[in-house]
Design a protein around this ligand. Sequence first.
Ligand code: 3HC
Length: 298
Amino acid sequence: FAEASAAGEVATPELKHDIAKVGVVGTGTMASGIALVFAQSGYEVTYVGRSQEKLDGVVGYVTKNLDRAVSKGKLDEAGKEAVLGRLTGATEREALADVDIVVEAIAEDLAIKTELYKDLDRICKQGAILATTTSSLPITRLGEATSRPESVIGMHFFNPAPVMKLVEVVTTPATGADVDETVKALCAKVGKVAVSCGDRAGFIVNCLLFPYLNDAVKLHESGVAIADIDAAIKEQAGFPMGPFELLDVVGNDVSLAIQKELYAEFKEPGFAPAELLEQKVAAGELGRKTKKGFHDYA
Ligand code: 3HC
């Protein structure tokens, strides 16, 4: 479908699999945002977390976002209730038995994800698509943990998921063309823009973005003030956020993990994580989620 016609037009991707029910695994910021994206687009969503408390956190995130839309006059109360009504929480993975696609957004840890994919392989119906939001782990390895690597694909959303339009659709050598096309069509249905990439560290965006963020930390280490760097990039270079503001949104732990992956894969000496980034993580100053990172959010 991606081939251009003689007129130079690219065919629109089509849903090769019926998608009505979506499963989301995880209860963090990305998982909550992704659950909201699908529920707002009319899909029935089953989200799975490890405890009722974590499931309540997803409801809290979604409600806060919907309340903000209501207060801005973009949604009415009935619309809000309809979105909430399409979301069902579960603490058992078995609840994913009848979903058409699972979008997984759990910890960035290969052992933890591999265990999940083995379980999804056991639980999910045949033909269900198993999508991961990993930003730094080899998706090929997740496919190998299942008996259906043709159904495994990357769907890399960006933070904040309800706002950022881009989704990197990452195929492994085993991913079926029908799965690739369906995921791209699904992205369009939920208002996202899909780009294709192969299974390599950083995909497209992180491969370019994180060395820049890491360099910003090194520039600060050399004596330039955080406020000046943020202002220069934001006010003059036209970025929506300065690098330190963005590091705090993404999380310094996540950023460090991504930078380490890039360094390990590309062996570029300049990709070595900045000392101060390591220190921030060691000190638990992870960004907005801990109310302190490169900036304070008390
Ligand atoms: N969750 C949900 N919605 C949010 C939000 C959040 N955290 N933050 C802002 N919004 C919504 C607002 O409600 C508003 O919605 P509306 O248009 O319907 O009214 C809209 O976004 C714009 O918000 P604001 O006017 O308050 O603020 P800004 O115009 O400054 O936009 C921003 C905020 C969209 C976050 C913008 O600053 C931005 O684009 N920042 C860069 C984000 C970025 O680059 N993300 C990618 C990080 S890399 C990554 O995710 C990869 C991963 O692997 C780590």
